[in-house]
Design a protein around this ligand. Sequence first.
Ligand code: MIC
Ligand code: SF4
Length: 639
Amino acid sequence: MGKTVTEKILAAHLVEGEMIKGREIGIRIDQTLTQDATGTMAYLEFESIGIPRVQTECSVCYVDHNLLQSDFKNADDHRFLQSIARKYGLYFSPPGNGISHQINLERFGKPGKTLLGSDSHTPTGGGLGMLAIGAGGLDVAMAMAGKPFYLVMPRIYGVKLTGKLSPWVSARDVLLELLRRLTVKGGVGYIFEYFGPGVKELSATDRASITNFGAELGATTSVFPSDENTLKFLRSQGREDCWVEIVADADAQYDEITEVDLSTLEPMIACPSSPDNVVKVSEVAGRPVAQVLVGSCSNSSLRDLLVVAKTLAGRQVSNEVSFEINPGSRQVLENLTALGEMLPLIHAGARVHQAGCLGCIGMGQAPATGTISLRTFPRNFPGRSGTVSDQVYLCSPEVAVASAITGKITDPRDLGDYPAFTLPDKYLPGDSRIEPPLADGSGVTIIRGPNIAPFPSFAPMPETWQGTVLLKAGDNITTDHIMPAGAQILPLRSNIPAISEFVFRALDEHFSQHAREAGSGMIVGGENYGQGSSREHAALAPRYLGVEVKLVKSFARIHKANLINFGILPLTFAHPADYDRVRQGAKVVIPGLRQALASGAQAITVEIGGQAVQAVLDVSERHRQILLAGGLLNWAKGN
Ligand code: MIC
Ligand code: SF4
């Protein structure tokens, strides 16, 4: 039987297990990336593994999230990360260079390779035909130490592309359409693989926008074939030597197939406050807009900013709108400037910022009260912008710029002719600030600021577990709910005791105090619990407060893996209707837990408020050992 692109790459990297859907497999990781907000913890974990140098083909340490320096904390972390990169043999990309995913695509991505990144948008690399997966920092630390990455062999969702995009419709609309069809949990357990005649109509950066935003489907990752368009992109980067062709065999089998005819797509928009709340732009056109942000790892490539600049030529941004540009990378900025396209942006009234994540993770750019903010970002979870009760819409750069001009949500087709633009055959590389690894870093001293707290240690799982239901949450709880980000909290990412004060802040202002008083706690949740970011802090900080069990209807992939890594028991309801029987504040007992874990039992009885509730523990044998030990680091030390 023929193979898909996914199966070809997985087969070439398989080191443990068999490629049977639903079974755990271990794969070799060729490349890793970290960003600063998850990276500090990942490197503290890497240090504790005790390996003198990274074991991958290429590992890059980026600083792109925590760019505001309102006190010493972020600046200290930047210097810590630079010294780590020098000591352990990594590339280092300093603040101002741009977003990890965009730079990785430009300077490091290679078709056919595996990439593991401590950020959920790592699948951006799938645009180049890589198998690029987001994971918690500890999993990335293990991969840097040369250990396999373990995942459940996913099913493959084929997306057949036909036709060609119409003017003013772009790559982002493809994924908005898929989110409309499948929702934020529709992709859980799948790798999305694109095929069909429409693939050749999309450039490598268009494809990367799609695989990036595919994270919002809950998918393990998304991948495009590597073809002539991939080669063209790599050639423009002066990196054609790393091109290999990887396409699915004609008789490849997909577990599911959906078809998208590119020529029938219209401009789409995700309404507040979930990426799958998608409608056609024409349905919400006319709503007044106060802020428009173009940027983020989804849509801030040179192509995206060129469309914006060309559309703005001879036009002005509405006085009612703050129109802001967050370039994806220094390369994008350099090339935009060299092409003479910076002037139309500035002249039309855009606020041009340094390259980086910025407002996408609430590092500034919070919108005004009661106003609409339009963003080309991948997420609009409630409050993520930094403004409580925000109204954030997600759209393409085309919709963004059209709306910035008129001051209201606008279908860009109303602007008339689509501007012509061509991308350079050769880009200025824009990588002058990327530090290559040192040949020998053994003499380098790690610079540790006072913000870096030691890594907490956790006890093994007890024989019988007893605790309290600390919180009962609903469906689609995001890691932004569990461990919020933003300019105030992000600087505490390397300090677990300090950041744990903010756990579940938006759902219960006094959660940390309640958790400490209770001693040991359980969280109850609905479907797709822990969707969104890869931040392991959403497992680590609650664990620090005593949260040791989660009982939900279903989990998002990365969060479940992070829970296991930090010794939190991930249970699902055997009968989802039992969710309604659980009361916040109830006492919980799980008798004989250690024995159940060790014996491989899937069915676990949880006594909640004196009533027996049946739960399921769906984990591998390796996971059971990790849970018994109280987490992956404890387990690794004992092996
Ligand atoms: C995000 O977009 O939510 C983030 C911020 O990039 C996170 C990582 C983090 O929380 O540091 C992600 O996507 O994994
Ligand atoms: Fe940065 Fe936003 Fe991309 Fe996350 S989604 S990596 S915060 S740009």
